[in-house]
Design a protein around this ligand. Structure first.
Ligand code: AMP
Ligand code: MG
Length: 352
């Protein structure tokens, strides 16, 4: 920390939470809360560039930000939130041009961006090849959800960091979205590096999410920008198919690899690749984490699955993954991917 006088360290009482699952892997962090001065914003930008976790205000809710191009930093978001699943995350950009370098904009996206960015609108668009954005951000999908926020601190942070920032809401899973810095601290103290405090969020409601990766634009989430405003620009939005919003659980079927998966394997069979975990997986084709770190495994998961799916193998065998912490999210994805689509159930697939 560069300037001690800037810090107003806030140490909350040690949290005793009955809902906590043991997550012994979680790195304990000293969480500073800084008033969002230019110096504090610069400190936050440096923390992001180092792969740290920074909560920051937007006009919607406080976001839990990490460098969207850094797999390990993105995995740390899931660990800090204690998310049981890898839900895709929204990536925040400084301006529409930087967003358009990461995803393929069409005419509809351009018109919406011109009308509502910066602002509380998230667009889901096809990922450009080799755009540098972590595959974990997309939870294995071929799309990325992008937004340009309008809140001045968020904009200054994006400009200073010079990075796309992946940021879900800065709360633990199963708790409500935070609209003040103290909400963030109550949930994430000791789990993240820094909280930029700029008072309450203007909207306090998440961004509206529109999927433009399909022929018909589809409303995925109601939020801070009224649907009528969006429809006035690009016409009627389709409701998501199915009874529930197009949830990450539903989406996850798209990401299943082309080759069959065999779970809890101790060794590869003939023509199989072995996706290993831990030091005992000595014959692994690729190892999610030779030292047995679930956070490292989460960071490598989508990229390694893709790599093996491209290889010259008939099937992919996967080592047992411990069912704790991020291991639960990895196993959730593996189980879905191993289930043929017609047997795939949407039960329990809704995101927290
Ligand atoms: P939050 O975690 O609160 O920021 O919420 C992110 C929202 O954006 C969730 O509803 C996600 O399902 C949705 N989302 C993010 N990325 C994608 C994507 N690539 N495709 C579809 N929905 C997405
Ligand atoms: Mg959320």
């Amino acid at each position: 920390m560069s300037d001690g006088s800037l810090l107003c360290m806030l140490h909350l009482l040690p949290a005793t939470r009955t809902r906590d699952r043991p997550d012994s892997e979680l790195t304990q962090r000293q969480t500073s809360i800084l008033k969002a001065s230019p110096e504090a914003i610069h400190e936050a930008a440096l923390a992001l560039r180092r792969g740290g976790l920074v909560a920051f205000p937007t006009e919607t809710v406080y976001g839990l930000g990490a460098d969207a191009t850094n797999d390990a930093a993105v995995a740390a978001i899931f660990a800090a939130k204690n998310r049981p699943q890898f839900n895709p995350l929204i990536v925040h950009f400084a301006d529409a041009d930087s967003a358009a370098a990461a995803v393929a904009f069409d005419g509809r996206a351009r018109r919406l961006a011109d009308a509502f960015w910066p602002g509380p609108l998230t667009l889901v668009l096809p990922r450009r090849a080799a755009n540098g954005i972590s595959l974990l951000v997309s939870a294995g999908l071929e799309t990325v959800a992008v937004r340009v926020p309008g809140q001045p601190v968020a904009r200054a942070l994006l400009a200073d960091a010079g990075l796309p920032i992946a940021a879900p809401s800065a709360n633990r899973s199963f708790s409500v979205s935070p609209t003040t810095a103290s909400h963030v601290a109550a949930d994430l103290d000791g789990r993240i590096d820094l909280i930029l405090d700029d008072g309450p969020c203007r909207l306090g409601l998440e961004s509206t999410v529109v999927d433009l990766s399909t022929e018909t634009p589809t409303l995925l989430r109601l939020g801070g920008l009224p649907v009528e405003d969006i429809e006035a620009v690009i016409g009627t939005l389709a409701a998501p198919t199915g009874s529930a919003p197009k949830s990450p659980g539903m989406l996850s079927r798209h990401y299943a690899p082309g080759r069959p998966l065999r779970l809890n394997a101790t060794a590869a069979g003939p023509d199989e690749a072995l996706l290993g975990f831990g030091p005992q997986a000595t014959g692994a084709t690729l190892n999610l984490s030779p030292r047995g770190s679930l956070e490292e495994a989460a960071a490598n998961f989508f990229a390694m699955m893709r790599e093996l799916d491209r290889g010259d193998f008939a099937a992919i065998a996967v080592s047992p993954i411990p069912q704790t912490g991020l291991g639960r999210a990895i196993n959730d994805r593996l189980t879905r991917a191993a289930t043929p689509p017609e047997e795939g159930s949407l039960a329990g697939a809704t995101a927290p």
